[in-house]
Design a protein around this ligand. Structure first.
Ligand code: NI
Length: 137
């Protein structure tokens, strides 16, 4: 797909631009354009997540290896959502803790529902969901 770059000019108050340039430097951007593109993509992704479109997510969680039946319960929830749960990666990080990443597809509501069900289980200590749409230019 060829991508045509369009040039646009925008007007900003000087103090806003000054703070934006500090933001750019702090986040390691080498120019304003890429920083602006990423900010726009982030906002458009939020719009996608609030729609009914299919998006892709990861649930990252830390849980207690010794909690009775927890790994069975986590697996049971995944088996109940075969269309959504694509893969999991499990790492035994020490004697007591497991780190697991679950890759999930579906509407953002599907991903949140499945993730919340898992995160609510006793013994799951920490977790975070990240979601992205795929149609952002
Ligand atoms: Ni483990």
């Amino acid at each position: 797909m060829t991508e045509e770059l369009m040039r646009v000019g925008i007007s900003l108050p000087s103090d806003l631009l000054e703070q934006f340039d500090m933001y750019i430097e702090k986040h390691g951007y080498t120019n304003r354009s890429e920083a602006v593109r990423d900010l726009i993509r982030r906002e458009l992704n939020k719009e996608t997540l609030s729609s009914k479109k299919e998006v892709f997510g990861t649930l990252t969680m830390l849980y207690d290896h010794h909690q009775t039946a927890l790994s069975d319960n986590i697996m049971e929830i995944q088996h109940n959502h075969l269309k959504n749960v694509m893969a999991t990666t499990h790492v035994h990080i020490d004697h007591d803790n497991c780190l697991e990443v679950v890759l999930i597809r579906g509407t953002s509501q599907d991903i949140e529902d499945i993730s919340n069900r898992i995160l609510a289980l006793k013994g799951v200590k920490l977790g975070k969901v990240v979601m992205v749409g795929k149609d952002i230019p």
